[in-house]
Design a protein. Sequence first.
Length: 162
Amino acid sequence: MTTPAQPAETETALARRYRLELDTGTTVPTWVIVPGINDFAPKVDATQQASTTYEDEGWVDQTVTELAWSVEATMLHRCHPTTKAFNPAQEKLRLAAEAFGAAASVHVRWYDREGRDEAYEGYALVTWEQDGTATDDLDSVKVTLTGKGKRTKIDNPLAAEG
């Protein structure tokens, strides 16, 4: 029996490696950065159904039948220093959270800011929750993007720069 070699990957990636962008175009995608993110958690949840048969001899067997994606992000609520208007990308997310039908859906993409292969896009419903509410808090919000349909793997827009 041989001993495996030590992995060459000894550096730890930073959690702040993600960038979230929002499509603000009407016919052609126009991507803008969603600013102020200080916590970002993409995830995929699998629906599993029991597929146990007599042949499994009493051991449970499961089969994945559906996948659902979502992104949870906490962000500082950004505003212009002079006009005090909120950031347009953040405002589009807030308004989508209060809408019905097609207006409630946003087109988003997220990827590794260092150009790694991890990059996705999809359409999502938005939940917008006020987060920082105490007198000594910064104005922050928790945004949940709940996937509508398939999350698509894309080429990382920063791959050539990385």
